[in-house]
Design a protein around this ligand. Structure first.
Ligand SMILES: Cc1cc2nc3c(=O)[nH]c(=O)nc-3n(C[C@H](O)[C@H](O)[C@H](O)COP(=O)(O)OP(=O)(O)OC[C@H]3O[C@@H](n4cnc5c(N)ncnc54)[C@H](O)[C@@H]3O)c2cc1C
Length: 427
């Protein structure tokens, strides 16, 4: 590792998966890094209790062809897993038009392929960080099983899998018996399974534990993490960034990385930039499995019911729902009931044993870009970089996005093509 000079100072705004992985990649590249996080600790935003899966298999953006029909229907079905809240509509108009404009089959296919390359690269980078820095985050390589209760629902995911196969996506189509053999706890609902796809490439891990492990590693390597410190503005002189303003004074810097998730657009708008990223709310519950007896060991996505259940050490994480509801993290009881119902419909015998007190509910905001790809690299303002907008794939893509960013900052040749993720692209 190189020794830093004064000009090697970089500020990273945001202590979530993207800010912390960026900080570590930049430290590895020889920079002196300060992470600024407004909450009392790192990893308390979208990275806190997500679905815990790293899924290159699900690289397809959520603005799939026909998404407008799903969104319009949801206006009249407030408890459907995908919900557009009427109150949030005014704030979504400009972004929404771009979101829908990017849902043509050709654009969706192109973004899926580009995301897959980044996601697959990211798994290698996650493994490299784990090995190099001995990171413990309950990492498991068991693949992910995707279940379908109606055979017709398999067509779109299979088309994605076929398209990504030449890129390196391995997958196996299973019947109900095969699905129950892959995860024996599914035997009780075997009759309801129309088919399944197993993706061996996918992995699991606890994103919050990963953030905590990164925090310790960054500090051990000399990086600084300022928690409880909010950035109120980005300072620029002409076409270059000069630092940030904090609630208590200014912090000068020649380079700043914005990894503030759905809060990034408002920070950037002060600097004269428009970033098409909006929050899409999701929920999870985490259940202690100590008293539950045998529990599943394979992560399962129920495509029909729009949710997933991921086994972690001594816990089950159940996650789902996509609410286009603005920057609102309030927990709606009907959503938590919906996730418990998902547990009941996948593993009825386990649901019966769950006590209410053993359930920890959570809601978080996915930072969703209008074209379904993250923004990584330098903006039109010299020295001002982005690493945000990863939507439903922020855990999957974090380590790879960070290495790509560091390569762009240092001018090294990146391992994957950076153009699809360019921070200055038009969406
Ligand atoms: C229910 C749910 C399930 C999900 N499941 C998965 C999954 O299984 N796999 C997957 O790959 N992805 C998943 N995701 C998506 C993933 O969790 C996110 O994409 C990822 O956490 C985004 O990380 P981030 O660092 O960009 O955002 P965050 O973790 O939100 O970090 C941004 C940080 O910036 C800080 N900040 C904001 N403004 C300021 C400011 N002005 N000054 C200082 N600090 C600031 C915030 O406090 C926050 O800590 C899921 C998301 C949800 C909600």
């Amino acid at each position: 590792m190189r020794m830093g000079r004064a000009s090697d100072q970089i500020l990273v705004i945001g202590g979530g998966l993207l800010g912390l992985t960026s900080a570590l990649a930049l430290i590895e590249a020889g920079f002196r890094v300060t992470v600024i996080e407004k909450q009392s600790d790192v990893g308390l935003g979208a990275s806190f209790a997500n679905g815990a899966t790293l899924t290159p298999s699900m690289s397809d953006p959520w603005n799939f062809p026909g998404v407008h029909r799903t969104l319009i229907r949801s206006l009249f079905q407030p408890t459907s897993p995908v919900a557009l809240r009427p109150a949030a509509l005014p704030s979504l108009v400009a972004w929404g038009i771009r979101f829908l404009a990017n849902s043509t089959p050709a654009r969706h296919r192109a973004s899926t392929r580009q995301n897959f390359r980044l996601a697959r690269y990211s798994l290698h980078e996650t493994q490299r960080l784990q090995d190099r820095f001995n990171l413990d985050f309950e990492s498991r390589k068991r693949g992910v099983l995707r279940l379908f209760r109606n055979a017709g629902e398999m067509a779109a995911p299979l088309a994605v899998a076929e398209m990504l196969a030449p890129e390196g996506l391995d997958y196996k189509i299973l019947d109900a018996g095969g699905a129950a053999a892959a995860e024996p706890q599914l035997s009780g609902i075997r009759e309801q399974i129309a088919g399944a796809i197993h993706y061996p490439i996918d992995e699991t891990g606890d994103a919050h534990l990963f953030c905590q492990a990164l925090k310790q590693t960054i500090r051990r390597l000399g990086g600084e993490i300022l928690c409880g410190t909010e950035v109120c503005g980005i300072q620029r002189r002409g076409s270059r960034v000069t630092g940030v303003s904090l609630t208590k004074g200014d912090l000068p810097a020649e380079r700043v990385v914005v990894a503030a998730a759905h809060a990034s657009p408002s920070l950037l708008s002060d600097a004269g930039l428009c970033l098409p990223v909006k929050p899409v709310k999701g929920y999870s519950i985490t259940i202690d499995t100590a008293e539950l007896g045998n529990v599943p060991t394979v992560p399962v996505v129920d495509e029909t019911l729009h949710g997933l259940i991921t086994p972690l050490d001594g816990r089950l994480r159940i996650a789902g729902t996509a609410e286009f509801a603005g920057p609102d993290t309030r927990i709606r009881p009907e959503r938590i009931a919906g996730l418990l119902s998902l547990l009941g419909q996948l593993y009825p015998h386990i649901r019966k044993r769950v006590r209410d007190g053993a359930v920890s509910p959570w809601a978080g905001l996915r930072p969703m870009s209008a074209d379904g790809r993250p923004f990584i690299g330098e903006t039109g303002i010299g020295g001002l970089y982005l690493n945000t907008g990863h939507g439903h794939l922020g855990w999957t893509m974090a380590a790879g996005s960070a290495k790509l960013l560091a390569d762009l900052v240092t001018g090294s040749a990146p391992a994957i093509e950076p153009a699809p993720f360019r921070a200055t692209r038009a969406t």
